[in-house]
Design a binder for this molecule. Structure first.
Ligand code: SAH
Length: 425
């Protein structure tokens, strides 16, 4: 992972990528607690700061850290980040490796290979790199028809950005590269060398939304200012499942964002669709997404309405006015970020399920999703079912789903997405 190759992308001067010092040559040597040794032997990708027993020197973000066991045998090598409680994110377990350009290209090529089938289904927007789960910890790369969005969760990738851009360019055709920073990173300008969230690092400037396709439907993504990297790519398969169920059904899409589920319902022939979200810009994008697909007769024929409102208040209001739907999709944001929040999150899921059922017509389909990694799938499914029984609407389950192919699960904490499809009698 040295300097970019001669055929590297034109690096936009304003982004200041040329101010980034090359990653240090030095490797830190770390000794860690027995519990951490055990976790690393099992292949876990994280070493927490409190598990470090000793280290050979002070390190900078992006230094390589080699972790040894009590007999001085190699356990793992990873990216060091002194600013994070997640002190080392493991790049390679078990056998030593030279972490260089070729290593990085190998990991990226493997990640690209896992997604190779997606474009054949009319999908040009997908996650190319899913962090730890693709062996590239702390790094997400979302691909929108040639516009790459690099989302970083550790400062360790900052000194490696020039090498990463060069390696990516060898993997797929790249038009533009945008940098997105996690909140923690954006708060550390002292380590960013002038880079900032939403910076266009390379290629064509990006001033407006980026257009891409998902299963043949056209969407825009605001890759610089939008939530996540501009689109919730992880729900693609669930959206396709909704399409199979939506024909002729009055559809309610709660937490609709830019209308992903709504568009699939429309293409399937849902006559009336209501998209609810708290974000007005997201719903404006939803309306533009409908316009982008107006060449499809079913989409043009669908009556699509948007409602900018708090989801809980909106559901209560719809219930009160007696409005009923034959398909109700509920896809809230993550409700638990820490283990201690899981209980409260389950109560909120239960509340949402009750509200959703109150506007679901008899025989209607309920689709409920959770993206809280701290809420285990069995607890989530059990909660939704329990609430439905209490409401006298015991669910007839159609399907329980998990992760799509571009969001692989590489370690226990990597599993976060679960979705229930059920008929409510
Ligand atoms: N279903 C969407 C993704 C939903 S992400 C898709 O397929 O693309 C969660 C959404 O919930 C975001 O758009 C966010 O704006 C919205 N949101 C968060 N809190 C909300 C609330 N209290 N009421 C309504 N919407 C909310």
């Amino acid at each position: 992972m040295d300097s970019p190759s001669a055929n590297a992308l034109p690096i936009s001067a304003s982004a200041g990528l040329d101010h980034i010092p090359l990653p240090g040559e030095r490797r830190l040597a770390l000794r860690v607690t027995p519990a951490a040794q055990h976790a690393l032997r099992q292949g876990h990708p994280w070493l927490f700061a409190e598990a470090v027993v000793s280290q050979s020197a002070e390190g900078q973000p992006g230094d390589l850290a080699v972790i040894f066991d009590d007999s001085r045998h190699f356990l793992a090598v990873g990216l060091y980040d002194p600013t994070s409680p997640l002190r080392v994110r493991v790049l390679q377990h078990g056998t030593p490796a030279t972490i260089d350009d070729a290593w990085l290209v190998g990991r990226l090529a493997a990640a690209a290979g896992r997604r190779a089938g997606l474009p054949q289904s009319g999908t040009t927007g997908y996650r190319l790199v899913h962090g730890e789960n693709d062996g590239l910890p702390g790094l997400v790369v979302d691909h929108y028809a040639g516009a790459l969005v690099l989302k970083l969760y550790t400062l360790a990738w900052i000194p490696r950005l020039p090498g990463l851009l060069a390696a990516l360019e060898g993997i797929i055709p790249v038009r533009s590269v945008v940098l997105r920073l996690s909140r923690q990173l954006a708060a550390r300008p002292d380590y960013l060398y002038g880079l900032s969230d939403a910076a266009v690092l390379a290629g064509e400037p990006i001033t407006g939304p980026v257009l891409f396709e998902e299963n043949g439907l056209r969407f825009e993504a605001d890759v610089r200012q939008g939530q996540k990297t501009g689109f919730f790519l992880d729900q693609r398969d669930n959206r396709a499942r909704v399409e199979k169920l939506a024909a002729g059904r009055r559809t309610l899409n709660v937490f609709a964002y830019t209308g992903g589920f709504s568009l699939y319902a429309a293409r399937a022939g849902a006559p009336d669709i209501l998209s609810v979200d708290a974000s007005a810009p997201a719903l404006e994008a939803a309306q533009r997404n409908f316009a982008l697909n107006a060449h499809l007769a079913t989409v043009a024929a669908a009556r699509h309405k948007v409602l900018t409102a708090d989801a809980f208040a909106a559901l209560a209001g719809l219930r009160q006015r007696g409005q009923r739907f034959d398909l109700v999709i509920v896809d809230p944001p993550a409700l638990a970020h820490r283990a201690e929040d899981a209980h409260r999150a389950l109560r909120v899921y239960g509340h949402l399920a009750a509200l959703a059922l109150s506007v679901t017509a008899p025989g209607g389909v309920l689709v409920m999703s959770s993206c809280s990694s701290r809420v285990a799938a069995p607890s989530f499914f059990a909660t939704v079912n329990r609430v439905a029984r209490h409401k006298g609407r015991p669910l007839q389950e159609l399907e329980r789903t998990g992760h799509p192919i571009d969001h692989p699960i590489g370690f226990p904490e990597g599993a976060y997405l679960k979705c229930l499809f059920a008929v409510a009698p």
